[in-house]
Design a protein around this ligand. Structure first.
Ligand code: CP
Length: 314
């Protein structure tokens, strides 16, 4: 059984095949509408979510399958002390594939050790969010036509931002990418992310606090929310929230073809006056989310694309 715990749970070829499949389904969804007839997706969400849970469920429904699950640990037997391992064993009887979000880093990996069906990490604490990363890659590729030789600015909470950690890892697979990490000192990207993903052979990076100074040289800007739920004390959050705010005026400094991505939800780090700028790509990401998650489900269930006869995973 294959699982999707981190971007590199899939080889680079498999990731690219997944992006291609999502593109084909977006262009022409009809041939895929019954590929999951009789299959069930379980969504086990121990943390709040709008996009990830609903788009996984929408994806399974659009493939002809069905869904079940819980949203909030208090509605499951986790509230009575049931472990992730036991939950994974149990739900393996009810579903063919499981998407799990959990506040503890490593919880989906642990679930994968006990499940008899594929586990998808739908976000684990401040660690990883690989399905969001595939959405981000799809959106960047659509906007820029490539995933290599890009200068990517990551801005905001780079310490707790799991989407940043996973996207950095994924973009590190491609030649010539340059990373500009823009954050308050306290929210710098963790050393382990830099150690594990940024190899001197392929990438260079810099760390700074100054978004305005970096904007003119960026090919892509990835904004993030300050992650209130991961702070140990309210005082630190209140001091740091609102430290970056992209508005239409500031965006005048950026190249005309620099997409602005954000995994959402946003608080106030992207002002509403950016939404109508053609560079705003965050609602494209939401749109792409359904097709990426359809592709992940088909990949893990080993269902071939009827148009090519090929599966995503080797
Ligand atoms: N991008 C994302 O993970 O959003 P949700 O928290 O709403 O799922």
């Amino acid at each position: 059984v294959r699982h999707f715990i981190e971007p590199n749970s899939f080889s680079l070829d498999e990731q690219l095949a997944l992006l291609d499949l999502a593109d084909r389904m977006e262009a022409n969804p009809a041939p895929y509408a019954h590929l999951c007839d009789g299959r069930i997706l379980a969504t086990l969400f121990y943390e709040p979510s709008t996009r990830t849970r609903l788009s996984f469920e929408s994806a399974m429904l659009r493939l002809g399958g069905k869904t079940l699950g819980f949203a909030g640990a208090q509605l499951s037997s986790a509230s009575k002390g049931e472990t992730v391992a036991d939950t994974a064993r149990v739900v393996s009887n009810y579903a063919d594939v499981i998407a799990m979000r959990h506040p503890k880093e490593g919880a989906p990996l642990r679930a994968s050790m006990y499940a008899r069906v594929p586990i998808i990490n739908a976000g684990d604490g401040g660690h990883a969010h690989p399905s969001q990363t595939m959405i981000d890659l799809m959106t960047i590729r659509q906007r820029k036509g490539r995933l290599d030789h890009l200068t990517i600015g990551f801005c905001g909470d780079l310490k707790f931002g799991r989407t940043v950690h996973s996207l950095t890892a994924a973009l590190s697979q491609f030649e010539g990418n340059k990373f500009v990490f823009i954050s308050p000192e306290e929210l710098r990207i963790p050393q382990y992310v830099k150690d594990e993903t940024l190899t001197p052979l392929h990438q260079t990076y810099k760390e700074t606090t100054d978004l305005e100074a970096e904007l003119p040289a960026l090919d892509v800007l990835y904004m993030t929310r300050i992650q209130q739920e991961r702070f140990f004390n309210e005082e630190d959050y209140l001091r740091l929230k609102g430290c970056y705010s992209l508005n239409a005026k500031l965006l005048e400094l950026a190249p005309p073809d620099m997409p602005v991505l954000h995994p959402l939800p946003r608080i106030d780090e992207i002002k509403l006056d950016v939404d109508n700028d053609l560079r705003a790509a965050y609602f494209d990401q939401v749109h792409n989310g359904v097709y990426i998650r359809m592709a992940i489900i088909l990949a893990l269930l080993g269902i071939p694309d009827p148009l090519t006869g090929k599966t995503v995973l080797n």
